[in-house]
Design a protein around this ligand. Sequence first.
Ligand code: ASP
Length: 414
Amino acid sequence: MRKMGLTSWIFIGIILGVFSGWLIGEPLLVVSQPMGTVFLRLLKMVIVPLVFSSIVTGVAGIGSTGRLGRLGGKTMLYYLTTSLLAILTGLMIVNIVKPGVGAQLGLQTPPESIATQGTGIGDLLLRMIPENPLAAAAEGRMLQLIFFAILFGVFITRVPRKFGQPLESFVNGLFEVMMQMTRFIIYLTPFGAFGLVGSIVARTGFAPFVPLGKYALCVVAALLIHACITLPLLLRLIGKINPLKQLKAMSPALMTAFSTASSSATLPLTMECIEDRAGVSNKTSSFVLPLGATVNMDGTALYECVAVIFIAQYYSSQGQVLELSMVQQGVVVLTALMASIGAAGIPLAGLVMMSVVLDAVGLPLEGVGLILAVDQILDMGRTTVNVWSDSCGTSIIASSEGETELKILAGDRS
Ligand code: ASP
């Protein structure tokens, strides 16, 4: 199945799910429920090794290029700042629109722990530190696992090469295998989509689609604000670059990102556009872009945050849990950031990572099934924003390194 092929199949799965749920009703659950459950379990299965290896590979990659110094510092600063700005934009919009409040989503699994977790900031920090990293991995405590993975990645680069190197290649290998496995599971998404969407419609009819539409609009609005206001402002103010020229230079890559929903598949084109059309040197782009394609995902980060708060709003308005406190929203922001760093640059990776964020605030994974119904189009949008942010970062960093060819972008040359 090629990428666009997969997209069409998922779409077909969703449509078939909707129609069968509608026509057959409750009896469909005999088939659709197990299909949805198997798909969600498969997603859960890959999450721990995928997140661990992805984060260690990314962090060690930044550290071991030997260029960590100034360029690495600027790159990290850019990645973190823009991802956070994106998440905050999403957070603001979803809190204003409140698409999940009063929604009839028909989710059945009761949330476990959201109301019982401590709410202090000290508590949050403490909860991030695993007493035993293996137990954290075994029990799927993602925040703790991520905390350990980041440290592990950093310290791999601090030990003598002969010790660090084998570990790094082992984790790189693990990452490649997990990516391959995830791709395989993603090929099963059409069945998962049929099972999950079919079950929702069979149980609750079409009521969930109105709030789902509202949720999707929140994501789209936040993506647009980030891509059309925040990033252009950064380009203009920090990089002294004309955003329209940057957009023109990057348009082939952005269109590819939209149609493939994969930052990694778009990477060769992103590099070509940024070097040949925007005038960034290979020295800068070869450092910033490959990392950015997996580590810097503003669109994904924003989407994780909006989706999880949407699901939380649903549960709290059902009276099943308390409303998310400020600190719990802080946990969502932080985990959304981590999840976007951990997400691979392939279609639907953001959906896979959502369990990390849901888990951190104690919400059941079942919500993912619901979100899946509208995830195709959102994936295309967020991938475009991911690639756009990578390209803006590369140009800003190149400009701060004094690269003169960028004048093309600043409009000094035609
Ligand atoms: N498809 C996105 C990307 O490749 C990741 C995601 O699913 O959010 O950038």
